[in-house]
Design a protein around this ligand. Structure first.
Ligand SMILES: C=C(O[C@H]1C=CC=C(C(=O)O)[C@@H]1O)C(=O)O
Ligand SMILES: [Mg+2]
Length: 467
């Protein structure tokens, strides 16, 4: 991929090694190079032999960034509770020195960066399918492709420890010189499956119980999720799944995180927070209705959603909370007075963007910590809602509905909430979907809403549930 290894990188490795020995701390050396266009999916697939279980995929709806990481050059992981887990990742990331060598002006989304995520609730008892997922796990990829603005860049990272040898470090960068691409993309469907909806009766009862508790003024809103398990005749290929999600859900964020033999994958429409220098952006997305089969029906449904008290209530609770966090942490906060519609392939949502400029002491992870979980995933008041979820929800969320994304060494990055997602292992998939429960919720329509929300993953896996 790199044509030559120039002297600048060798000098940097030498200096990093000296620095590491002197400070007894590891130093990251990154080499960034612009390359001819590479198909991100092909790149992802190319890592199967050498880096199976250590790959990630990320693409944004506006296509401003596609990033694919191969290999875990460094893993930052912890099992701490609530705010501690965010702070620990930030502290460890800041502690590492970073040296960047680049043949162009630095582009955001290239160079040393972490990709990873958090669990939804560290205090919920673990269940077996999520055993291998920690409360926080981030990786620095060994090699990463970034496609942005019609250009492609390759970053190669090396963690240089005080005990490393110069030659071995140089070889690390040399191994990627002149490698060729030759991959085959086969997105054909045809993997048969059987599906089991888990604890449906319990879930409907939980919704009834939650509405009763809301009527008793215990809280205003709680989001309850359920789980569907699928078993296929053949092994599920994460590469094909990501490819289909990208094709079928172009207006969503596509994420894939390999964790050993498990893959956590999804196509979420919901950004939690994006930070570019000090500009910060969040999205309030809550309140849903199906898509129409004709343009006319679709518009009627959209107008109905914009005027529906139950859905407006569900949505406004989210806007209020995110606005409050922004007012605390940012200046020049902008929030439209009324929601707009966000139409994605299978569903329409109420949507309100929130913008601001981060105050000096605010970092991307401090914002993630303050926002998670917004009432679009948790409820309101936050603490009460999380307790209710622990008590009523008949499943373990793991990383579902939690923040997943990336951050670089200058505190730029983006996190989404991992909904419309599934945990894949071998020929099995567990899919998750939830709904905002408010006083006016009807269990049957909420159940129907979860079925719509399962469609993106079901369809990408090769079949859509019958209605
Ligand atoms: C919790 C989910 O969706 C949230 C995001 C958008 C709309 C929602 C709703 O209308 O209930 C949910 O709050 C999910 O997809 O699993
Ligand atoms: Mg809803």
């Amino acid at each position: 991929m790199l044509t030559t290894l120039d002297d600048t990188i060798k000098d940097n490795i030498q200096h990093a090694l000296e620095e590491a020995k002197k400070s007894h701390q590891s130093v990251i050396v990154s080499r960034i190079k612009e390359v001819d266009a590479i198909d991100p999916l092909h790149f992802f697939s190319s890592g199967e032999e050498s880096w199976l279980g250590e790959r990630f995929f990320w693409s944004t709806p506006t296509d401003d960034y596609t990033m694919v990481g191969l290999g875990n050059e460094l893993v930052l992981e912890n099992h701490l509770d609530n705010s501690e887990r965010f702070r620990e990742i930030e502290k460890e990331w800041k502690r590492l020195n970073k040296r960047v060598v680049s043949d162009h002006h630095k582009i955001i989304g290239t160079g040393p960066l972490l990709f990873g995520g958090f669990s939804f609730d560290p205090l919920k008892e673990k269940s077996s399918i999520w055993d291998a997922f920690s409360e926080a796990k981030f990786v620095l990829p060994t090699i990463m492709l970034t496609a942005t603005n019609n250009k492609s860049y390759i970053t190669i990272n090396k963690l240089i420890t005080p005990y490393d040898k110069l030659e071995t470090c140089i070889q690390h960068f040399e191994q990627f010189v002149g490698e060729n691409q030759n991959y085959h993309l086969d997105c054909e469907k045809g993997n048969e499956f059987a599906s089991i909806e888990l604890k449906t009766t319990e879930w409907v009862e939980a919704v009834q119980k939650a509405t009763a508790d809301i009527h008793k003024n215990e809280m205003d809103k709680v989001v309850l999720a359920r789980e569907v398990h699928l078993e296929f005749t053949e092994k599920i290929d994460p590469y094909q799944l990501v490819g289909r999600l990208q094709k079928e859900q172009p207006t969503s964020f596509i994420f894939g995180f390999e964790n050993g033999m498990q893959y956590f994958i999804g196509a979420t429409p919901e950004r939690l927070v994006k930070k570019k220098e000090n500009q910060v952006l969040s999205t309030c997305l809550a309140g849903s209705i199906k898509r129409g089969t004709t343009t006319y029906e679709d518009n009627v449904l959209g107008q109905q959603l914009l005027q529906d008290d139950k859905n407006l209530n569900e949505h406004n609770i989210v806007v209020k909370m995110i606005k409050e966090v922004f007012k605390d942490c940012c200046y020049d906060v902008e929030v439209p007075n009324d929601p707009a519609l966000l139409k994605i392939k299978n569903i329409q949502h109420l949507y309100t963007p929130v913008k601001g400029f981060a105050k000096e002491d605010q970092t991307l992870l401090s914002l993630v910590e303050k926002l998670h979980p917004t009432p679009a995933l948790g409820g309101f008041p936050q603490v009460k809602a999380i307790e209710k979820i622990r008590e009523l929800e008949p499943m373990h969320r793991g990383w579902y509905a939690a923040p997943i994304g990336w951050l670089d060494y200058e505190d730029n990055g983006e996190f989404v909430v991992a909904i419309r997602s599934g945990l894949i292992e071998g020929n099995k998939a567990a899919l998750f979907a939830g709904c905002g429960i408010v006083a006016e919720s009807d269990p049957k329509s909420e159940y129907f809403e979860t079925r719509i929300k399962l469609k993106p993953m079901l369809s990408a896996l090769g079949g859509v549930e019958n209605e």
